[in-house]
Write a new protein. Sequence first.
Length: 416
Amino acid sequence: MTTTNPHHSIVIIGGGAAGAGMAHRVVEQLKCTDVAVIEPSEVHYYQPMWTLVGAGIVNRKTTARNMADLLPRQANWIKERVASVDPDQKVVTAEGGNKIGYDWLIVAAGLKLDWERVDGLSKEIVGQHGICSNYSYDTVDDTWEMLRNFTGGTALFTMPPMPIKCPGAPQKIAYLAEDYFRRKGIRDRCTVHYLTATPGIFGVKKYADALTNRVLKPRDIQTSYRHNLVAIRPEAREAVFENLDSGETVVHQYDMIHVTPPQSPPDFVKNSPLANEAGWVDVDQYTMRHVRYPNVFALGDCAGSPNSKTAAAVRSQAPVVVRNLAAAMGGGDLKAQYDGYGSCPLVTRYGRVILAEFLYGGEVRETFPFDQGKERLSMYLLKRYVLPLVYWKGLVKGRQWPKPVPRDFGSGHDPL
Protein backbone atom coordinates (compact mmCIF):
# COMPACT_ATOMS: atom_id res chain seq x y z
CA MET A 1 0.00 0.00 0.00
CA THR A 2 2.86 2.37 -0.78
CA THR A 3 3.36 4.38 -3.95
CA THR A 4 6.08 5.86 -6.13
CA ASN A 5 3.57 7.22 -8.65
CA PRO A 6 3.82 11.04 -8.63
CA HIS A 7 0.29 11.53 -9.97
CA HIS A 8 -3.11 10.04 -9.18
CA SER A 9 -6.62 10.54 -10.44
CA ILE A 10 -7.94 11.06 -6.89
CA VAL A 11 -5.88 12.03 -3.86
CA ILE A 12 -7.38 11.89 -0.37
CA ILE A 13 -5.61 13.71 2.44
CA GLY A 14 -6.29 11.97 5.75
CA GLY A 15 -7.01 8.44 6.93
CA GLY A 16 -9.40 9.22 9.77
CA ALA A 17 -13.14 8.63 9.84
CA ALA A 18 -13.69 10.86 6.81
CA GLY A 19 -10.64 9.90 4.77
CA ALA A 20 -10.77 6.13 5.22
CA GLY A 21 -14.48 6.01 4.47
CA MET A 22 -14.08 8.16 1.36
CA ALA A 23 -11.27 5.94 0.10
CA HIS A 24 -13.60 2.94 0.20
CA ARG A 25 -16.43 4.87 -1.45
CA VAL A 26 -14.20 6.09 -4.27
CA VAL A 27 -12.84 2.60 -4.92
CA GLU A 28 -16.11 0.68 -4.55
CA GLN A 29 -18.75 3.14 -5.76
CA LEU A 30 -16.84 5.15 -8.34
CA LYS A 31 -14.75 2.15 -9.44
CA CYS A 32 -11.66 4.32 -9.38
CA THR A 33 -8.45 2.32 -9.05
CA ASP A 34 -6.00 5.23 -9.23
CA VAL A 35 -6.49 6.52 -5.67
CA ALA A 36 -3.90 7.66 -3.13
CA VAL A 37 -4.45 8.24 0.59
CA ILE A 38 -1.88 10.46 2.29
CA GLU A 39 -1.81 9.57 5.99
CA PRO A 40 1.25 9.29 8.27
CA SER A 41 -0.38 7.43 11.17
CA GLU A 42 -0.07 3.66 11.57
CA VAL A 43 -3.03 3.58 13.99
CA HIS A 44 -6.62 4.76 13.62
CA TYR A 45 -8.58 5.71 16.76
CA TYR A 46 -12.30 5.65 17.52
CA GLN A 47 -12.20 8.93 19.39
CA PRO A 48 -15.90 9.16 20.39
CA MET A 49 -15.26 6.37 22.89
CA TRP A 50 -12.60 8.28 24.81
CA THR A 51 -15.24 9.86 27.05
CA LEU A 52 -16.07 6.39 28.38
CA VAL A 53 -12.39 5.48 28.61
CA GLY A 54 -11.80 8.52 30.79
CA ALA A 55 -14.69 7.44 33.01
CA GLY A 56 -13.24 3.97 33.55
CA ILE A 57 -15.91 2.18 31.50
CA VAL A 58 -13.91 1.13 28.43
CA ASN A 59 -10.30 0.04 27.90
CA ARG A 60 -8.55 2.48 25.59
CA LYS A 61 -6.94 -0.36 23.59
CA THR A 62 -10.37 -1.22 22.14
CA THR A 63 -10.45 2.20 20.46
CA ALA A 64 -7.39 1.54 18.30
CA ARG A 65 -7.08 -0.35 15.00
CA ASN A 66 -4.24 -0.71 12.53
CA MET A 67 -4.59 1.76 9.68
CA ALA A 68 -3.52 -0.93 7.21
CA ASP A 69 -6.60 -2.99 8.11
CA LEU A 70 -8.98 -0.09 7.43
CA LEU A 71 -7.83 1.45 4.15
CA PRO A 72 -8.87 -0.31 0.92
CA ARG A 73 -6.12 -2.47 -0.51
CA GLN A 74 -6.72 -0.99 -3.97
CA ALA A 75 -5.65 2.43 -2.73
CA ASN A 76 -2.06 3.64 -2.62
CA TRP A 77 -1.17 4.53 0.96
CA ILE A 78 1.40 7.30 1.15
CA LYS A 79 2.70 7.26 4.74
CA GLU A 80 3.76 10.87 4.90
CA ARG A 81 2.60 14.11 6.48
CA VAL A 82 1.37 16.86 4.17
CA ALA A 83 3.46 20.02 4.15
CA SER A 84 1.55 22.09 1.58
CA VAL A 85 -1.09 22.05 -1.11
CA ASP A 86 -0.95 24.04 -4.34
CA PRO A 87 -4.45 23.82 -5.83
CA ASP A 88 -3.46 25.92 -8.83
CA GLN A 89 -0.78 23.43 -9.83
CA LYS A 90 -2.82 20.49 -8.48
CA VAL A 91 0.06 19.28 -6.35
CA VAL A 92 0.33 18.06 -2.75
CA THR A 93 3.82 18.24 -1.21
CA ALA A 94 4.73 15.94 1.66
CA GLU A 95 7.11 16.92 4.43
CA GLY A 96 9.75 14.60 2.98
CA GLY A 97 9.63 16.51 -0.30
CA ASN A 98 7.53 13.99 -2.22
CA LYS A 99 5.21 15.78 -4.68
CA ILE A 100 1.92 14.11 -5.52
CA GLY A 101 -0.13 15.41 -8.41
CA TYR A 102 -3.88 14.90 -8.67
CA ASP A 103 -6.89 15.44 -10.91
CA TRP A 104 -9.30 15.49 -7.98
CA LEU A 105 -8.56 16.23 -4.33
CA ILE A 106 -10.55 15.27 -1.22
CA VAL A 107 -9.34 16.98 1.96
CA ALA A 108 -10.26 15.02 5.10
CA ALA A 109 -7.37 16.05 7.30
CA GLY A 110 -9.12 16.56 10.62
CA LEU A 111 -7.90 19.36 12.87
CA LYS A 112 -5.04 20.22 15.21
CA LEU A 113 -4.92 20.24 19.02
CA ASP A 114 -3.17 23.42 20.19
CA TRP A 115 -2.16 22.57 23.75
CA GLU A 116 0.43 25.34 23.89
CA ARG A 117 -2.13 28.07 23.21
CA VAL A 118 -2.91 27.82 26.93
CA ASP A 119 0.02 29.37 28.74
CA GLY A 120 1.72 26.78 30.96
CA LEU A 121 -0.03 23.84 29.28
CA SER A 122 1.52 21.16 27.10
CA LYS A 123 0.55 17.63 26.19
CA GLU A 124 3.55 16.39 28.18
CA ILE A 125 2.35 17.96 31.43
CA VAL A 126 -1.07 16.27 31.24
CA GLY A 127 -1.21 13.58 33.91
CA GLN A 128 0.66 15.75 36.40
CA HIS A 129 -0.38 18.47 38.86
CA GLY A 130 -4.03 17.38 38.69
CA ILE A 131 -4.29 18.01 34.93
CA CYS A 132 -6.05 15.49 32.69
CA SER A 133 -7.67 15.38 29.26
CA ASN A 134 -9.72 12.92 27.21
CA TYR A 135 -8.62 14.55 23.95
CA SER A 136 -5.64 12.27 23.28
CA TYR A 137 -5.05 8.52 23.31
CA ASP A 138 -1.84 9.21 25.22
CA THR A 139 -3.61 11.12 28.01
CA VAL A 140 -7.08 9.63 28.31
CA ASP A 141 -6.12 7.02 30.93
CA ASP A 142 -4.91 9.83 33.20
CA THR A 143 -8.50 11.07 33.49
CA TRP A 144 -9.67 7.81 35.01
CA GLU A 145 -6.67 7.63 37.32
CA MET A 146 -7.46 11.09 38.66
CA LEU A 147 -11.17 10.40 39.01
CA ARG A 148 -10.75 7.19 40.95
CA ASN A 149 -8.09 8.68 43.22
CA PHE A 150 -10.02 11.88 43.87
CA THR A 151 -11.02 12.24 47.53
CA GLY A 152 -12.62 15.67 47.45
CA GLY A 153 -12.02 19.28 46.51
CA THR A 154 -12.60 21.34 43.37
CA ALA A 155 -12.81 19.65 39.98
CA LEU A 156 -12.80 22.00 36.97
CA PHE A 157 -13.81 21.10 33.42
CA THR A 158 -13.03 23.47 30.55
CA MET A 159 -14.13 24.09 26.98
CA PRO A 160 -12.33 26.43 24.55
CA PRO A 161 -13.91 28.62 21.86
CA MET A 162 -15.62 26.82 19.01
CA PRO A 163 -15.14 25.16 16.65
CA ILE A 164 -13.76 21.99 18.22
CA LYS A 165 -14.26 18.33 17.49
CA CYS A 166 -16.98 16.60 19.49
CA PRO A 167 -18.14 19.78 21.27
CA GLY A 168 -20.24 17.77 23.72
CA ALA A 169 -17.22 15.86 25.07
CA PRO A 170 -15.97 18.55 27.49
CA GLN A 171 -19.24 18.51 29.41
CA LYS A 172 -19.82 14.75 29.22
CA ILE A 173 -16.81 14.02 31.40
CA ALA A 174 -18.01 16.63 33.90
CA TYR A 175 -21.32 14.79 34.24
CA LEU A 176 -19.63 11.41 34.54
CA ALA A 177 -17.20 12.73 37.14
CA GLU A 178 -20.03 14.18 39.23
CA ASP A 179 -21.91 10.90 39.04
CA TYR A 180 -18.78 8.95 39.98
CA PHE A 181 -18.15 11.18 43.01
CA ARG A 182 -21.75 10.61 44.08
CA ARG A 183 -21.47 6.83 43.69
CA LYS A 184 -18.17 6.88 45.57
CA GLY A 185 -19.82 8.70 48.48
CA ILE A 186 -17.69 11.84 48.33
CA ARG A 187 -20.02 14.19 46.44
CA ASP A 188 -20.61 16.37 49.50
CA ARG A 189 -16.87 17.06 49.60
CA CYS A 190 -16.62 17.99 45.91
CA THR A 191 -17.24 21.10 43.85
CA VAL A 192 -17.87 20.35 40.17
CA HIS A 193 -17.46 23.42 37.96
CA TYR A 194 -17.83 23.53 34.16
CA LEU A 195 -16.30 26.61 32.52
CA THR A 196 -16.87 27.17 28.81
CA ALA A 197 -16.06 29.87 26.30
CA THR A 198 -19.49 29.39 24.73
CA PRO A 199 -22.52 31.53 25.71
CA GLY A 200 -24.56 28.52 26.87
CA ILE A 201 -24.43 24.85 27.73
CA PHE A 202 -25.49 23.68 24.25
CA GLY A 203 -26.20 25.33 20.91
CA VAL A 204 -29.66 23.80 20.39
CA LYS A 205 -32.32 25.17 22.74
CA LYS A 206 -34.20 21.93 23.31
CA TYR A 207 -31.11 20.14 24.59
CA ALA A 208 -29.76 23.19 26.40
CA ASP A 209 -33.01 23.36 28.38
CA ALA A 210 -32.91 19.63 29.09
CA LEU A 211 -29.32 19.78 30.32
CA THR A 212 -29.97 22.83 32.48
CA ASN A 213 -33.18 21.60 34.09
CA ARG A 214 -32.52 17.86 34.27
CA VAL A 215 -28.77 17.70 34.87
CA LEU A 216 -27.01 20.90 35.92
CA LYS A 217 -29.46 22.34 38.43
CA PRO A 218 -30.63 19.14 40.16
CA ARG A 219 -27.04 17.91 40.57
CA ASP A 220 -25.52 21.25 41.61
CA ILE A 221 -22.99 21.38 38.79
CA GLN A 222 -21.69 24.94 38.67
CA THR A 223 -21.38 26.63 35.28
CA SER A 224 -19.51 29.70 34.03
CA TYR A 225 -20.23 30.74 30.46
CA ARG A 226 -18.00 32.92 28.27
CA HIS A 227 -14.98 31.90 30.36
CA ASN A 228 -11.96 30.88 28.31
CA LEU A 229 -8.96 29.09 29.83
CA VAL A 230 -5.84 31.12 28.97
CA ALA A 231 -3.24 29.83 31.43
CA ILE A 232 -2.47 27.11 33.93
CA ARG A 233 -0.09 27.44 36.87
CA PRO A 234 0.62 23.76 37.52
CA GLU A 235 2.68 24.06 40.68
CA ALA A 236 0.09 26.31 42.35
CA ARG A 237 -2.82 24.36 40.81
CA GLU A 238 -4.40 27.52 39.51
CA ALA A 239 -6.39 27.94 36.29
CA VAL A 240 -6.60 31.39 34.73
CA PHE A 241 -9.66 32.31 32.67
CA GLU A 242 -10.58 35.34 30.61
CA ASN A 243 -14.16 36.52 30.97
CA LEU A 244 -14.95 37.09 27.29
CA ASP A 245 -17.70 39.59 28.10
CA SER A 246 -15.91 41.82 30.59
CA GLY A 247 -12.30 41.08 29.65
CA GLU A 248 -11.38 40.54 33.28
CA THR A 249 -9.09 37.77 34.47
CA VAL A 250 -10.56 35.13 36.77
CA VAL A 251 -8.35 32.68 38.71
CA HIS A 252 -9.71 29.38 40.07
CA GLN A 253 -7.90 27.06 42.43
CA TYR A 254 -8.34 23.40 41.55
CA ASP A 255 -7.55 19.95 42.85
CA MET A 256 -8.29 18.38 39.46
CA ILE A 257 -8.82 19.98 36.06
CA HIS A 258 -9.96 18.34 32.83
CA VAL A 259 -8.68 20.47 29.97
CA THR A 260 -10.06 20.54 26.44
CA PRO A 261 -7.25 22.06 24.35
CA PRO A 262 -7.93 24.84 21.83
CA GLN A 263 -8.19 23.54 18.29
CA SER A 264 -7.44 24.88 14.83
CA PRO A 265 -7.19 23.84 11.17
CA PRO A 266 -4.11 21.90 10.03
CA ASP A 267 -1.25 24.26 9.16
CA PHE A 268 -1.07 23.14 5.54
CA VAL A 269 -4.76 24.04 5.12
CA LYS A 270 -4.77 27.45 6.77
CA ASN A 271 -1.57 28.44 4.93
CA SER A 272 -2.94 27.46 1.52
CA PRO A 273 -5.31 29.04 -1.02
CA LEU A 274 -7.86 26.42 0.06
CA ALA A 275 -8.54 28.22 3.35
CA ASN A 276 -11.35 30.58 4.21
CA GLU A 277 -10.79 33.55 6.53
CA ALA A 278 -10.88 31.29 9.59
CA GLY A 279 -8.39 28.84 8.09
CA TRP A 280 -10.74 25.95 7.28
CA VAL A 281 -11.24 24.48 3.80
CA ASP A 282 -13.56 26.93 2.04
CA VAL A 283 -16.40 24.70 0.86
CA ASP A 284 -19.99 25.26 -0.10
CA GLN A 285 -21.84 24.10 2.99
CA TYR A 286 -24.37 22.09 0.98
CA THR A 287 -22.35 20.47 -1.83
CA MET A 288 -19.04 20.28 0.13
CA ARG A 289 -17.16 21.36 -3.00
CA HIS A 290 -14.56 24.11 -2.75
CA VAL A 291 -15.98 27.50 -3.67
CA ARG A 292 -13.00 28.43 -5.90
CA TYR A 293 -11.44 25.13 -6.95
CA PRO A 294 -14.08 22.88 -8.57
CA ASN A 295 -11.84 19.79 -8.44
CA VAL A 296 -11.50 19.98 -4.63
CA PHE A 297 -13.92 18.62 -2.03
CA ALA A 298 -13.62 18.46 1.74
CA LEU A 299 -15.45 16.81 4.61
CA GLY A 300 -15.00 16.14 8.28
CA ASP A 301 -13.38 18.40 10.85
CA CYS A 302 -11.20 20.37 8.41
CA ALA A 303 -14.14 21.50 6.27
CA GLY A 304 -15.37 25.06 6.69
CA SER A 305 -19.05 24.12 6.73
CA PRO A 306 -20.86 25.49 9.81
CA ASN A 307 -21.87 22.15 11.30
CA SER A 308 -20.91 20.41 14.53
CA LYS A 309 -17.61 18.57 14.01
CA THR A 310 -18.70 15.02 14.83
CA ALA A 311 -18.50 11.56 13.29
CA ALA A 312 -22.25 11.86 12.63
CA ALA A 313 -21.56 14.83 10.38
CA VAL A 314 -19.02 12.77 8.43
CA ARG A 315 -21.53 9.99 7.91
CA SER A 316 -24.00 12.44 6.39
CA GLN A 317 -21.38 14.34 4.40
CA ALA A 318 -19.69 11.31 2.83
CA PRO A 319 -22.59 10.21 0.55
CA VAL A 320 -23.00 13.82 -0.58
CA VAL A 321 -19.31 14.14 -1.44
CA VAL A 322 -19.10 10.90 -3.39
CA ARG A 323 -22.27 11.65 -5.38
CA ASN A 324 -21.18 15.19 -6.16
CA LEU A 325 -17.65 14.06 -7.02
CA ALA A 326 -19.10 11.54 -9.47
CA ALA A 327 -21.28 14.25 -10.98
CA ALA A 328 -18.36 16.67 -11.26
CA MET A 329 -16.13 14.04 -12.86
CA GLY A 330 -18.86 13.47 -15.44
CA GLY A 331 -19.38 17.16 -16.09
CA GLY A 332 -22.84 17.24 -14.52
CA ASP A 333 -24.55 19.38 -11.91
CA LEU A 334 -24.02 18.78 -8.21
CA LYS A 335 -27.43 17.80 -6.89
CA ALA A 336 -26.63 16.07 -3.57
CA GLN A 337 -26.84 18.38 -0.55
CA TYR A 338 -25.67 18.10 3.03
CA ASP A 339 -28.21 19.54 5.46
CA GLY A 340 -25.84 20.14 8.35
CA TYR A 341 -26.84 17.01 10.26
CA GLY A 342 -24.94 16.41 13.46
CA SER A 343 -25.47 14.24 16.49
CA CYS A 344 -24.11 14.23 20.01
CA PRO A 345 -24.83 11.39 22.45
CA LEU A 346 -24.60 13.44 25.65
CA VAL A 347 -23.58 11.00 28.38
CA THR A 348 -25.14 12.57 31.47
CA ARG A 349 -24.26 9.85 33.98
CA TYR A 350 -23.22 6.20 34.05
CA GLY A 351 -25.82 4.38 31.96
CA ARG A 352 -27.74 7.43 30.68
CA VAL A 353 -27.60 9.51 27.50
CA ILE A 354 -29.50 12.43 26.00
CA LEU A 355 -29.21 11.92 22.24
CA ALA A 356 -29.05 15.31 20.52
CA GLU A 357 -29.67 15.39 16.75
CA PHE A 358 -29.92 18.55 14.70
CA LEU A 359 -29.41 20.25 11.33
CA TYR A 360 -28.04 23.58 10.21
CA GLY A 361 -29.47 26.44 12.24
CA GLY A 362 -30.07 24.24 15.28
CA GLU A 363 -33.19 22.63 13.83
CA VAL A 364 -33.98 19.51 15.84
CA ARG A 365 -34.14 16.36 13.68
CA GLU A 366 -34.51 13.26 15.82
CA THR A 367 -34.37 9.65 14.67
CA PHE A 368 -36.42 7.84 17.30
CA PRO A 369 -40.17 8.11 18.01
CA PHE A 370 -39.74 9.42 21.56
CA ASP A 371 -38.39 12.52 23.26
CA GLN A 372 -34.61 12.34 22.93
CA GLY A 373 -34.27 15.27 25.32
CA LYS A 374 -34.71 12.85 28.23
CA GLU A 375 -31.94 10.76 29.77
CA ARG A 376 -32.35 7.17 28.60
CA LEU A 377 -30.64 3.84 29.19
CA SER A 378 -31.49 2.80 25.63
CA MET A 379 -29.54 5.72 24.20
CA TYR A 380 -26.60 4.88 26.46
CA LEU A 381 -26.61 1.32 25.11
CA LEU A 382 -26.67 2.79 21.59
CA LYS A 383 -23.63 4.91 22.43
CA ARG A 384 -21.76 2.15 24.24
CA TYR A 385 -22.39 -0.86 22.02
CA VAL A 386 -24.13 -0.03 18.72
CA LEU A 387 -22.31 3.06 17.49
CA PRO A 388 -18.84 1.48 17.68
CA LEU A 389 -20.09 -1.27 15.35
CA VAL A 390 -21.59 1.32 13.02
CA TYR A 391 -18.26 3.14 13.03
CA TRP A 392 -15.95 0.19 12.38
CA LYS A 393 -18.23 -1.78 10.04
CA GLY A 394 -19.91 1.17 8.35
CA LEU A 395 -18.34 4.61 8.48
CA VAL A 396 -14.65 3.82 8.01
CA LYS A 397 -15.50 1.13 5.44
CA GLY A 398 -17.54 3.57 3.36
CA ARG A 399 -20.83 1.74 3.89
CA GLN A 400 -24.21 3.03 4.96
CA TRP A 401 -24.52 0.35 7.63
CA PRO A 402 -26.97 -0.31 9.08
CA LYS A 403 -29.42 0.99 6.52
CA PRO A 404 -31.05 4.28 7.59
CA VAL A 405 -34.45 3.90 9.26
CA PRO A 406 -37.51 4.57 7.07
CA ARG A 407 -38.39 8.23 6.62
CA ASP A 408 -41.75 7.82 8.36
CA PHE A 409 -39.97 6.49 11.46
CA GLY A 410 -37.58 9.36 11.81
CA SER A 411 -35.11 11.55 10.03
CA GLY A 412 -33.43 8.85 8.01
CA HIS A 413 -30.10 9.79 9.53
CA ASP A 414 -28.03 7.40 11.52
CA PRO A 415 -27.25 8.92 14.93
CA LEU A 416 -23.53 8.18 14.96
